[in-house]
Design a protein around this ligand. Structure first.
Ligand SMILES: Cc1cc2nc3c(=O)[nH]c(=O)nc-3n(C[C@H](O)[C@H](O)[C@H](O)COP(=O)(O)OP(=O)(O)OC[C@H]3O[C@@H](n4cnc5c(N)ncnc54)[C@H](O)[C@@H]3O)c2cc1C
Length: 482
């Protein structure tokens, strides 16, 4: 014991020096590490569990993998519609999980190759600041190393929030991590939260064979989107047999997820109970900034625990940067990637900042919901006049060939000009379609360029020509979308 203590003390007074120390191997941190190391900098990345961060291991990519399995199941269910006699078939969750695990293993191997090729050191262990720019790392075997960087980057991400509802943590609810690694289809999955994670997993598990109930405290799903978007999503979920209980706050949880769970809740001032076999928490994220010694490093956090940063992603401590979810950036991997570009350019003497950058988003339900720029609600709240073009997806002939006619797209155009202010699409391939409009927006192109382009028939993109052909001459009246 004495030996270990004295060893530790020696480490703290003589830390190993690096040009760059990255705490957490998430999106921005790993790209910074690879980029700077390949330019000859001495870089170490500390990671406690998920090599390459959440996205490839437990979040974006595994969820989209399982969602795609669920899409294949939906085709089996619709086989007759496509003229196929699928015979007897059933979902085998161990196979669904195996496909996902194989993908994740491949991604981790890809990350390890990139560390090797760039020369950035990957140090597996739990990191904690012990003094400015100095991190003590507890290694898997219990030993410690202390590293100090001329530059330090905090990239510790977020985790699923477990609200302090009596009985909730005792019920051992699933988070997305366990839900994406199940080898059985839950008989009845209760989902707390109708945000992105809850909605994507609700539809996937319903398609894989679960009964699914979403419990949402707000009045509607995806309540930050325009009302027509929420309504369309709710219709989709209703048609697929997903039960949605809105305006409901859970007061108490009884039972154990994986066996039997009961939610005791309040709705319209009445007490209700909701029963299921499994419980998934998807009601928000908390930053992984507690217990990592930020106070020893002069790095301040805000009231919700996110690291305080300026528009350059600089923290309150000199030469310490914070990136991704933990820095309060919008919680998307593509934003994490842009955080990498901001810090990379700042370190190279450039002036890239986070201010005013576009934040595209895509909800990977089937069909997808994608948005870039202003929604109608936002435009109205900010008093911005706009012209609205809206088109049902059934008017895009490609959707008829696919039997995927559900949804709509809409675009907001300046009232006094032709620039595109926002685009929302709920329909097949919405994420890909949005990128076309985003490009036009970032190039400052008038909507007429898309309207007048010769777009291949029959593609989804062809629909953009029809959408923009419908832009009215007059501004749209406030129709109360929220
Ligand atoms: C189910 C789900 C699906 C999602 N789908 C999408 C999607 O389709 N598209 C999209 O853009 N976004 C999606 N997101 C959001 C996206 O995953 C996150 O915004 C993104 O992964 C955040 O990246 P990050 O680099 O900030 O943090 P992370 O990727 O979480 O990286 C932080 C890393 O730090 C490590 N760490 C934390 N503390 C320590 C410590 N003390 N010592 C050592 N290591 C530590 C963690 O283990 C982790 O590996 C999804 C999220 C979830 C939960």
């Amino acid at each position: 014991m004495l030996e270990r203590l004295s060893g530790k003390k020696k480490n703290m007074t003589n830390p190993e020096n690096y040009d760059v120390v990255v705490l957490g191997s998430g999106e921005a941190g790993k790209y910074l590490a690879w980029t700077l190391a390949s330019k000859g900098k001495r870089v170490v990345v500390i990671e406690r569990r998920f090599i390459g961060g959440s996205c490839p291991n437990i979040a974006c990519l595994p969820s989209k993998n399982v969602i795609h399995s669920a899409k294949v199941v939906s085709y089996f269910r619709r086989a007759a519609e496509f003229g196929i006699d699928a015979g007897d078939w059933k979902v085998a969750m161990p196979g669904v999980r195996e496909r996902k695990r194989t993908m994740v293993d491949g991604l981790v191997a890809m990350h390890l190759d990139k560390f090797k090729a760039s020369g950035a050191e990957l140090l597996l262990g739990e990191g904690r600041f012990v003094s400015p720019k100095t991190v003590e790392v507890t290694l898997p075997d219990g030993g410690t190393r202390v590293v100090r960087g001329d530059i330090v980057v905090v990239n510790t991400g977020t985790r699923a929030r477990i609200d302090p509802i009596p009985g909730l943590s005792m019920a051992r609810p699933l988070t997305h991590i366990e839900a994406l690694d199940l080898d059985q289809v839950p008989e009845h999955l209760l989902i707390l939260g109708g945000g992105f994670v809850g909605l994507e997993l609700a539809q996937a598990f319903r398609r894989l064979g679960s009964h699914v109930t979403i419990v949402e405290r707000n009045g509607r799903l995806a309540h930050r989107e325009d009302r027509d978007v929420s309504v369309a999503l709710q219709e989709l979920f209703r048609d697929e047999g997903i039960k949605i209980v809105t305006d409901t706050s859970v007061d108490r949880v009884a039972g154990l997820s994986g066996g039997s769970v009961t939610l005791h809740a309040t709705r319209d001032e009445a007490e209700i109970t909701i029963e299921g076999s499994h419980l998934l928490v998807a009601s928000g994220r908390v930053p992984n900034t507690d217990g990592i010694g930020l106070e020893h490093a002069g790095v301040e956090t805000d009231a919700r625990g996110f690291v305080k940063v300026d528009e350059r992603l600089q923290t309150t401590a000199a030469e310490v940067w914070a990136v991704g979810d933990c820095a309060g950036s919008p919680q998307f991997t593509h934003i994490g990637f842009d955080d990498f570009r901001v810090v990379r350019d700042q370190l190279a003497g450039g002036h890239r900042v986070t201010t005013g950058r576009p934040v595209p988003s895509c909800l990977f339900t089937d069909p997808e919901l994608a948005r870039i720029g202003l929604s109608e609600t936002e435009a109205q709240n900010r008093g911005i006049a706009y012209r609205l073009a809206k088109l049902p997806m059934a008017a895009v002939l490609r959707t008829r060939t696919l039997s995927e006619t559900r949804g709509f797209m809409k675009a907001l155009i300046e009232a006094e000009g032709d620039r595109i202010l926002g685009f929302t699409m709920f329909g097949a391939e919405a994420g890909e379609m949005m990128a076309i409009v985003q490009l036009a927006m970032s190039a400052g192109l008038p909507y007429t360029v898309l309207r007048d382009s010769i777009l291949t028939h029959p593609t989804m993109a062809e629909g953009l020509g029809s959408l923009f052909a419908g832009v009215p001459a007059e501004p749209t009246a406030n129709v109360g979308t929220h």
